[in-house]
Design a protein around this ligand. Sequence first.
Ligand code: ZN
Ligand code: ZN
Length: 940
Amino acid sequence: MFKSVSSKVDFSKQEEETTKYWKKNKIFEKSVTSRPVNKRWTFLDGPPFVTGMPHYGSLLSSLPKDLFGRYWTMKGYRVRRVWGWDGHGLPIENKVENELEIMRKRDIEEVVGIKKFIDECKHYVNVVSSDWEWYVDRIGRWVDFKNAYKTWDTNYMESVMWVFKQMYDNGFIYKGLKVSLYCPHCSTPISNFEVAMDADNYKDTKDPATTYKYQLEGEKNTYILAWSTTPWNKIVTPALAVNPKFTYVKVKQGNEFYILAETTLKMLEEKPKYEIVEHIKGKDLIGKKYVPHYDYYAKNANGKLFEIIGGDFVTAEEGTGVVTIAAYGEEDLKVMQEQGVHIETHLDDEGTVKPEVPQFGGMYYLKANKLVDEDLAKRGLIYKEVDYVHRVPLCWRCHTRLYYAPIDAWYVNVKKLKPLLKQTNEDIHWYPKHFKHGRFLKSLENAPDWNISRNRYWGSPVPVWECECGERFVPGSIEELEKASDKTIKELHKPEIDDVTVTCKKCGKNVHRVPEVLDSWIEAGSASFAERHFPFDQTEKLEDFFPPDFISEYTGQIRAWFYVLHVIGGALYKSQAFKNVNVTGVILGTDGRKMSKNFKNYPDPAEMLDKYGGDALRLYLLGSPVMNGEDILISEDHYKMQVRGTMLILWNVYNFFITYANLDGWKPKAKVSKSENILDQWILVLLENLKTNVTKSLDGYDTVEAIELIKSFVNDFSTWYLRRSRDRVGPTAEDEKDKQAFYQTSYEVLVTLTKLMAPITPFIAEEIYRNLTDEESVHLASWPASAEASKNKPELLEHMQVVRKIVELGLAARKENQIKVKQPLLKMTVQLDEQTNQIDEKLHYLLLDELNIKKVEFTKGKDETTVVLDTTITDELVAEGQVRELIRKIQEERKKLETSLDEKVNVSLESWPVQFTDYIKKQALIDTLSEGNFEVTRLG
Ligand SMILES: [Zn+2]
Ligand SMILES: [Zn+2]
């Protein structure tokens, strides 16, 4: 006997029970350890930020991670699944700053002290929210929480140190003055990809766009015009740049002469009318001197000053074809370095104009904008000023507006790595495919060198001890550092690590570490190695886990995590960093905006999980276009539909099977003869194809297709196979052999189906599988092997399709003639079109039964398949129809009385066609049938 099943199922409650069962019996652990150690499928988890709360986005990325983990486990592989926490970096520092009421970065050192600040950071990350575990259980994700790796653990940090060392030794790390996006509040450079991850990190801002006049030295009333949107940066203008290839013109307007690119003449004011007096080649302007607007830094200058230089990057799209050059721009700084222009920085690390700057010293840089332009306007040095709206980047952490600043920092030489990175990208299987040569390749091509140092505190140290003489010591392990410093090292964080000094090998001086910490993306990108404390822990060989078989995250990580993994994989091993990657889209709020508590534009995920459960969420999201990298709007309806659709349909089929199998005391048999029933044969062929096709989809990481296949199969199983098989079982069924065949077939289908569904909907699959078998768990079972789909009797499938098409037409014809299906009819004529082959006679009975017709005749015709009903209704047919209706009424009453399926009842009817007395009694399980008011009563 199987455990009896109720049609009133609460999936959510049932899932909670299943979770308890899994935990109690250590099914997850068993699913890992029961697979051979030397046959692995490796998965690398992108760790969530330790302070983050679970949301639909983090739940979404958990689903493919769980699905493919279960799938490959069933295919016989050992799949290690360890959770990780990301906990270094600005988000934690900002939280602690708020808690300690720190308003400015320098207070960390001057007021609070680094030690206390770091202790607070540690305290903060070690109180991990327990919410995660609840969500992870509810969505059915199997992952090892207890052994979660943490990026701030010493072991993890030591591996990161080793990664840095490898990159350094391989020549991919350099120190240099380069321009980075910079946050004046956090006083640290910010990676451009950190900003680019989220559209909210930009805002439209109105700034003045000013055309400045720079007088050419020795040429009175002659000005070169230069356009700029950063007045604060005009305080220092050591050079102007022109494009040597452009043609410039000198025009006379009023009493003054202006020089600008010929193609930009339209920017000149209309009045007074100007005239062109001279054409000048760009290259002929190079070397000319101009009169600076401010020259306080001239006395300390080191290099070219107040000179026109040439630069190919100068465009004439906006402005005048002349660019003011200063250190606060990427192209600017590059050309200054190349051409030996004096480099002057006039902002401090909090975005304030340095105190030694006359007039503007001590001002926040944006505040200087207005005053600079006012001053220059007063002095007649502004040609015109207009408002200009543009998108500016914001700090992803504190939302302060960023600017480009020259920073002396540590960089990964991405430029040098690029050819390799493009080549190793070819080895990655991207799902969906288009990201490979689309967004990912583009972000590789456009990537600047990666600034990996932060002028902050809470992070892995930049492991470089740099002597005044230029000599550097870069240890790759704690042991190496201990030897060099003659100290025992327990702590790699600031401030302790800064007390560790080594002796310079070249000059013998005492050397300190450089002050910076590493960008936490270096840690995320080192996860493959660091989560295993590689290479210090040698229990696993590199080739056993690198590159991992699978990673999955949302589209924002294309430029971020996927990118940093790939860079580090390339720099260390000239290898791609992962074999397969599944990129999901983003789940947006119901209104198409980003989900936000303020907008109230999404249903609470905890509430939804409680209501509909984890399987339904999995079916919903894993089957939606979000798995193909597209963005979707969250929809409670779509979520709910999974329960009412596939899950309940399957449950009802299962319920039917269990109910009748128990009634007949049926037990699965080890050896069975092949069913002669065409429906059984058909559903088994469909099942074979399902095995083949679901395997193919999941091998290709296509969850959407796998779920479509399963949904469509469950539908066929219920609405055709079971619907046409209902009469094969129960007390009225007569063909014992056929009954056995039905049970055996349904059983086989259900057992195989639950295995195929196990990775997708682990709860319902487990529930059904465990009731049907004596096994401990479907997740310990093996994936069903599949035959070649093409061998699977295509003609039977084709014939069944024709049958179902004819049924559809027949039902439509009944509707058109307003004859209910309950009313038997004598004959139907089916005209098959030329392409459709005659269907096997064995299938005819399905048509007769389903359409309640006594005879079917086939003809051939040119047009599409048509159906004609013989609508003659004889007295005999009327009586048969009445009998069917009476039986239906009695069955309904039986249900109300909750009689068991084989229980006999007494029935009184006002009248019935007497020639059908025995038939009615038999079909409705009637003991005594009498005349009277309609009534169904239990015996005794
Ligand atoms: Zn910031
Ligand atoms: Zn030295």
